[in-house]
Design a protein around this ligand. Structure first.
Ligand SMILES: CCC1=C(C)/C(=C/C2=NC(=C\c3[nH]c(/C=C4\NC(=O)[C@H](C)[C@H]4CC)c(C)c3CCC(=O)O)/C(CCC(=O)O)=C2C)NC1=O
Length: 169
């Protein structure tokens, strides 16, 4: 599992280079956003169950078929599994936010996930919607908390979205 710093070191060490201008810029921007990243993790932690619950309700309002008979989140067990998955995405997103790197998502969340979802007929489109709804909610909370630039929040949520949506033929 890597973070912004260890992945940079790895890249430069492979070719035996000192950090160049690009590397230093990357490091600078990571450390400059560091306090906001930790603040973001703290705010998400304090509101995680609320975010998951609200994002779930919004998703089921937008795609009501999911919780109707025949829908993948129909029955209490599957409804709970769906919210649990949303909670996984949110928790791992905070790890990736603090790390400044999406490696933890590839390793712990995304590996084999599409295959699992396909085999259980869990629909990818609405899952991605749920991830994006949580992203928007988190950004709104951070903005309310006075964090001005919340662009760094996009990375983990968009990474999961891209990796999940990738067409697999
Ligand atoms: C930490 C990494 C990790 C992830 C990501 C993970 C996902 C994950 N979600 C699963 C199931 C599931 N996932 C969903 C999710 C949904 N259904 C919908 O209609 C919605 C679109 C969506 C919620 C947004 C559902 C309903 C199931 C149960 C499907 C079934 O058993 O029929 C399963 C199958 C095993 C189980 O039911 O626990 C896995 C492995 N497990 C992990 O360990």
């Amino acid at each position: 599992m890597r973070d912004a710093v260890t992945s940079l070191i790895q890249n430069y060490d492979v070719t035996g280079r000192y950090f160049d201008r690009d590397a230093l810029d990357t490091l600078k921007s990571y450390f400059e956003s560091g306090v906001s990243r930790v603040q973001a993790a703290a705010i998400i932690n304090a509101n995680s169950s609320n975010v998951v619950k609200r994002a779930g309700s919004t998703l089921f309002e937008q795609v009501p078929e999911l919780i109707r008979p025949g829908g993948n989140a129909y029955t209490t067990r599957r409804y709970a599994a769906c919210l649990r998955d949303m909670d996984y995405y949110l928790r791992y997103a905070t790890y990736a936010l603090v790390a400044g790197n999406t490696d933890v998502l590839d390793e712990r969340v995304l590996q084999g996930l599409r295959e699992t979802y396909n085999s259980l007929s869990v629909p990818i489109g609405p899952t991605v919607m749920g991830i994006q709804i949580m992203k928007a909610m988190v950004k709104e909370m951070l903005a309310d908390a006075g964090i001005e630039n919340t662009a760094f929040v996009d990375q983990p949520f968009d990474h999961m979205t891209r990796e999940l949506s990738e067409v697999n033929i």
